[in-house]
Design a binder for this molecule. Structure first.
Ligand code: GUN
Length: 291
């Protein structure tokens, strides 16, 4: 069994990006600049955005964090997006999700200039992804592809079962794994809350990508021998024995599933760190495209 070490690979990627930024600076070029809008005070979202800003500093990018109050109106948020769309110093930006109830997420994502949409959430970029056109691939699915690639996991002709159809992970992942090329060329089943007999489906899978957000959902009896297991779950479970009062738990019963798996991602230290590395990669891409 091989652990897919997202922490190590994401560090490798950040070092590669830092090297490119260094060359940009030496050539007198502008370095990539990422902005992140965060609306409200959700603890997990604030933590994620802080990590994204730290990652920018680490690789030599410029970063801007835009904090808006929990009562921000749709119009105010759209104004801010317009400002970032028009600011030529900013190469790419993201709007941290989820957004407060008064805001229509789809309208907001539509307002982002697709050339600056480094999250790859704009329908135009999502469509390009589905049509094999060059675009920004959403960071978490992009990170999973990169992990599979760097560990030479064979996906060709394999049966991939994706659990969860979120717009951010499950849905794009199901498209990407079935695309032509590597990693891809796999036969994909997308399962979700209305799927019947899920164990029957997962137990036929060569590759399982679980993005459900239910701790310890995937048990050993749902998995066949030598399956590749990708755990995208990052649920905060209350735990008084930890300093923060919670621990991060994945969708996979790691202790038992890892005994059957050929490759498996840990939580934490698997898919999570890859997401940030690939956001940086998309931002670098956005900068290069504007040159
Ligand atoms: N919320 C959870 N994951 C993500 C992500 O990748 N990007 C943004 N913007 N919000 C998220």
């Amino acid at each position: 069994m091989t652990i897919l070490d997202g922490k190590k690979i994401s560090n490798d990627i950040k070092n590669e990006i830092a090297e490119q930024v260094k060359k940009m600076k030496e050539n007198g070029e502008k370095v990539p600049h990422l902005a992140a809008i965060i609306v409200g005070n959700d603890g997990a979202s604030l933590t994620y955005v802080a990590s994204k800003v730290r990652a920018c500093e680490r690789v030599g990018f410029e970063s801007t964090m835009v904090r808006l109050s929990n009562t921000t109106s749709q119009v105010e948020l759209l104004d801010k997006i317009k400002e970032l769309n028009e600011n030529s110093d900013i190469d790419g930006f993201i709007i941290q999700l989820p957004l407060p109830k008064q805001i229509d997420t789809q309208k907001v994502l539509l307002a982002v200039n697709p050339d600056k949409d480094v999250d790859g959430f704009h329908p135009m970029n999502f469509g390009k992804m589905a049509l094999d056109m060059s675009t920004f691939i959403p960071a978490t699915p992009f990170g999973i592809l990169e992990l599979l690639d760097r560990y030479n996991v064979d996906t060709q002709g394999k049966h991939t079962v994706v659990i969860g159809r979120s717009h951010i992970v499950g849905r794009p992942m199901s498209i990407l794994m079935g695309r032509k090329g590597f990693p891809g060329n796999s036969t994909v089943t997308l399962t979700h809350s209305h799927t019947k007999n899920i164990t029957q489906i997962t137990s036929q899978a060569d590759i399982i990508i679980s993005a459900l957000g239910v701790p310890n959902f995937l048990k050993a009896e749902m998995v066949k021998d030598d399956a590749v297991i990708i755990d995208v779950g990052i649920t905060r479970v209350p735990d008084d024995t930890t300093e923060k009062g919670y621990r991060i738990t994945g969708d996979v019963d790691f202790e038992n599933v890892s005994k059957k798996a050929s490759f498996i991602t840990p939580v934490p230290g698997g898919v999570g760190p890859m997401t940030i590395a690939m956001l940086l990669k998309n931002t670098l891409l956005a900068r290069e495209r504007q040159m």
